[in-house]
Design a protein around this ligand. Sequence first.
Ligand code: RIB
Ligand code: NA
Length: 308
Amino acid sequence: MEKKVTVFGSFVVDLMARTPHLPAAGETVKGTVFKMGPGGKGFNQGVAAHKAGADVTMVTKLGQDAFADIALNTMNELHMDTGRVLYSDTTETGCALIMVDENSSQNEIVVILGACNTITDQEVDSLEDLVGQSEYLLTQLETNVSSVERIVDTAYRKGVKVILNTAPVQPVSDELLGKIDLITPNEVEAEILTGIRVDSEEAADKAADWFFSKGVKNVLITLGQRGVYINTGEKKGIIPAYKVDAVDTTGAGDAFNGGLLAALAEGKDLWEAADFANALAALSVQKIGTTPSMPVREEIDAFMAADH
Ligand code: RIB
Ligand code: NA
């Protein structure tokens, strides 16, 4: 039986332009495609987990505007519970300006968090019951840090396992790290947090040891096309990525984290869960967009069953 999980994080509307190359400062480039749709790291991860089959309650914060409707319409279409969404009377729904190089599929993003930067302690405290009923809490660093610290503390006090995806990266306290069951930085984030350049497996071991010394229980570092490094303290190794042709890598990390959560909630071990999560990431990069590119369970199962 799959367990209930909570995803706490950002929703923003993604305004995405595809371009022959990313503009230099002062340069105007004629783009080729514009798309507007749901995004934000928290929301992408929540939708990814839900579409992969998890029993997810999504917590995010919206304004009272047309962008908020994009979140609510998406959740309603996907039959996701909107009952725990928070609202601001004063701050608008966030947005992200994304440019994607259509040749390299590299991106540049500016995110304006709006309402998701204003989550209060009282709002987090209103989630105690929800968090307490969850097997896992998955969160990121895209909402205001005080809200992340408070929700993580709530989960920790209730014995709920916390997965922290350290994006977008910023300094985090030792106190926060000490409450994390599983941390999922990418290589760049791992380096910024630990001061160790993750350019070899030995370096990844050192970075993992640094996280362990802060009280983190399990470390998973995503290595892009090389796959993911996992270290549980007892066992370590690399799970290779699936090789596919990417058209848009924006949100691939979110696909991965949502998939990881869904698989862990189903009772898969961390190694199987990482392979499942790699499949979500591989499927998501083959489609344009972030939230809308998250695969459904049937696609994931078919992809994993095929030869690679
Ligand atoms: O991880 C991708 C996401 O980061 C985008 O959806 C954008 O909203 C940014 O926050
Ligand atoms: Na995508």
